[in-house]
Design a protein. Structure first.
Length: 121
C-alpha cells in the first residue's frame, strides 16, 4: 500500500544514516508478489517503488531468498538490469526503490511485437 511520502534510509553506513523522502506519483502495475508505484525524489528523479508482500511469499525460505536477492541487486551493475537505489523492510513488506524504466516491462514488449531480435533482447 503506497504512502504519500515514503522515507528511505541511504546505505552509506549504519552510524551515518541519512534519509530521502520520495513522493507518490501513480500506480504502475501489479505482480505476483506485490505492486509497483512511481515515486518522485526531491531532485525530481523518478523511481519505481516495488512493494513485495511477505504474506504472498508464503514461506520463511522465500522471505530469506528475497533478502539475499536484495543484497545481490545492490552489487549488480548492468545497463540491462534496473538499479536498486534504496530498500526498506517492514513487518509486512519489502519496499524497493529502483530505477524507473519508462515503457513497461520486457514481457509487454514481446507480447506487443511478437518477437525480438537477439540484439533487441
Amino acid at each position: 500500500m503506497p504512502h504519500e511520502i515514503q522515507q528511505f534510509y541511504t546505505k552509506d553506513s549504519e552510524a551515518n544514516k541519512t534519509t530521502i523522502d520520495l513522493k507518490f506519483v501513480r500506480f504502475l502495475g501489479k505482480g505476483t508478489y506485490g505492486d509497483v508505484y512511481q515515486y518522485k525524489g526531491p531532485d525530481n528523479t523518478l523511481y519505481a517503488v516495488k512493494y513485495i508482500s511477505k504474506s504472498k511469499l508464503s514461506t520463511e525460505k522465500r522471505v530469506l531468498r528475497t533478502r539475499n536477492e536484495i543484497r545481490l541487486m545492490y552489487k549488480l551493475a548492468s545497463e540491462n538490469v534496473a538499479k536498486l537505489y534504496y530498500d526498506l523492510e517492514t513487518g509486512t513488506d519489502f519496499i524497493l526503490a529502483m530505477e524507473y524504466c519508462n515503457g513497461g516491462d520486457l514481457l509487454d514488449l514481446i507480447i506487443k511485437r511478437g518477437k525480438l531480435s537477439e540484439k533487441e533482447a
